[in-house]
Design a binder for this molecule. Structure first.
Ligand SMILES: Cc1cc2nc3c(=O)[nH]c(=O)nc-3n(C[C@H](O)[C@H](O)[C@H](O)COP(=O)(O)OP(=O)(O)OC[C@H]3O[C@@H](n4cnc5c(N)ncnc54)[C@H](O)[C@@H]3O)c2cc1C
Length: 476
């Protein structure tokens, strides 16, 4: 690879800047993205802040091993198309990660030891968006075809990354998706204000032009069986995600007005793209909304509730409030376990930590309130134990509760059972280092293997599964 001469002093001259955002008042009026662009000068300045450290810890922190200093420098020198090519060499979908990655690379940026890190994620987004705008991202069709057939089950980021690389290796690639459209959580989980769906569509169109066949509305394991798949395809790649949500089994759970986060988010995402929804809409308008769970999903429920004009929004988290700064037991370059605020937290609502719900209360089958207690976490020789704070019971009114407490594991019944795929004690699929399961020719990747994780990890898993599939098919 070409070696570039870096301007090493940018970080002494320019402060970290992020992409501009529209005002909160404006962005709450719609569900679309609200980030603007940098000028060329700003992009160049931000790129120049990269120090090109001898040991770029950002590479190591990125599950994709993105070659970050190389493209930072190319953005600094205005060579955007070259930057895009380098970015694509490790990441199939930089326009997704440039928008929604929590950016472990920035946490481990060497500048982050005593200064603000390089704005890596927004540089990545700028490169990818410029690539699409300038028509530099075109279909890459395989030059030869092998005649081998591969089925990918599930079209989230893991399945899409795997499908793109397997198809480019010349194999006939079919992606089966049970939803109406491909994209997995990119399309139906993550709200439009974080990732607009035309951004997902443009990749799907590119992949279709490359020759990938998408079969939507097919629930594999029900509409087509495991044995049929094994007969029809030379290899199978399972990328069905981790879809079983954690429930809260307390009295009153069956009251009307308590929903899993995904029921709520999927509906709004469908309505945004003009799709019909099968049941009546769960709408936060004018309601006192309580979101149980303080993670990404909870924050997406918050942003969506605010846009639906909830009268009040509160997020309860059972864990304690994280510290504002790293503690000594969590040093750089580790992922910082600190208090984080998403763009939705900037927009409104309140957050409470160390709260456990013990009961839902209602009248005539309808939710009216939650009964809760405060809890504290006692550190006991390395492990953490929860204790209820005496006399801390309280009741809070609510007419809509959204359960955003994470996902347990993939669905075991259906295709996993039919193929006899082995899972670990948590219910996640077990694979070897080539991403092959215990069944020959059946591979897996993404949340289905790692458990609930991140888009960047799903893309990395999909790429590794594709390597495994391509190597395996050579042996047939
Ligand atoms: C609300 C929410 C917000 C999130 N926000 C972020 C974020 O901001 N940043 C980030 O990095 N990560 C985020 N995540 C996590 C991220 O979305 C996931 O880690 C990632 O999408 C996992 O990718 P995947 O391809 O493994 O699975 P998924 O994206 O879950 O895709 C799996 C696909 O398989 C399909 N499928 C399953 N079974 C079958 C079957 N039998 N037949 C056919 N199709 C099937 C499903 O319909 C689905 O489309 C978020 C997750 C949620 C729930």
């Amino acid at each position: 690879m070409e070696v570039f001469k870096l301007k090493k002093s940018g970080f002494t001259q320019f402060q970290r800047e992020l992409l501009p955002k529209t005002t909160i008042k404006e962005r709450l009026k719609h569900f679309n993205e609200f980030q603007g662009n940098w000028t060329d000068k700003q992009s160049s300045e931000q790129g120049s802040r990269c120090m090109d450290c001898s040991v770029p810890f950002c590479h190591n922190a990125c599950p994709l091993g993105n070659l970050i200093p190389s493209w930072n420098n190319l953005v600094y020198s205005g060579e955007w198309e070259k930057a895009l090519n380098i970015l694509h060499s490790t990441n199939n979908f930089p326009e997704f990660t440039g928008r929604i990655c929590p950016a472990p690379c920035e946490a481990s940026c060497v500048l982050n030891i005593n200064d603000d890190p390089v704005a890596i994620e927004h540089i990545e987004k700028s490169i990818a968006d410029r690539g699409w705008e300038n028509g530099w991202i075109t279909p890459i069709k395989p030059t030869t075809k092998t005649g081998k057939n591969v089925a990918i089950i599930g079209s989230g980021p893991a399945g899409l990354a795997a499908a793109q690389l397997i198809n480019r290796a010349g194999h006939n690639t079919t992606v089966f998706e049970r939803s109406t459209k491909p994209g997995g959580l990119l399309r139906f989980g993550i709200p439009d204000f974080k990732l607009e769906k035309n951004i997902v569509d443009q990749r799907i169109y590119q992949m279709e032009d490359e020759g990938v066949l998408f079969k939507n509305g097919i629930n594999v394991g029900y509409d087509i069986s495991g044995s049929e798949l094994l007969q029809e395809f030379d290899a199978i790649c399972l990328t069905g995600g981790s879809t079983v949500p954690r429930d809260l089994d307390v009295p009153g759970r069956d009251l009307d007005g308590i929903h899993f986060a995904m029921e709520f988010l999927v509906q709004q995402n469908k309505l945004n793209s003009g799709e019909e929804i099968s049941s009546s809409q769960i709408n936060a308008k004018g309601k006192k909304v309580i979101i149980l769970g303080g993670g990404d999903t909870g924050s997406d429920c918050l942003g969506t509730s605010l846009r639906q004009e909830a009268s009040e929004t509160t997020q309860f988290e059972i864990m304690p409030r994280p510290p504002d700064q790293r503690t000594t037991s969590n040093p750089w370059p580790e992922w910082p376990l600190i208090m984080r605020s998403s763009s939705s937290h900037e927009e409104g609502g309140s957050r409470e930590y160390g709260i456990m719900t013990t009961q839902f209360l209602g009248v005539d089958g309808k939710l009216e309130a939650l009964e809760c207690v405060k809890v504290k976490w006692i550190n006991n020789s390395g492990s953490s134990k929860m204790e209820v704070v005496p006399n801390s019971e309280f009741i809070i009114k609510s007419d809509l509760v959204l359960l955003a407490m994470g996902f347990l594991h993939p669905e075991g019944s259906g295709i996993l059972d039919q193929l006899g795929v082995e899972t670990d004690p948590r219910g996640n699929v077990i694979t070897n280092q080539n991403k092959m399961t215990n069944i020959e020719g059946v591979f897996a990747g993404g949340d289905m293997v790692r458990g609930q994780s991140l888009v960047v990890w799903a893309i990395a898993e999909g790429r590794n599964a594709a390597k495994g599939v391509n190597a395996y098919l050579k042996t047939l």
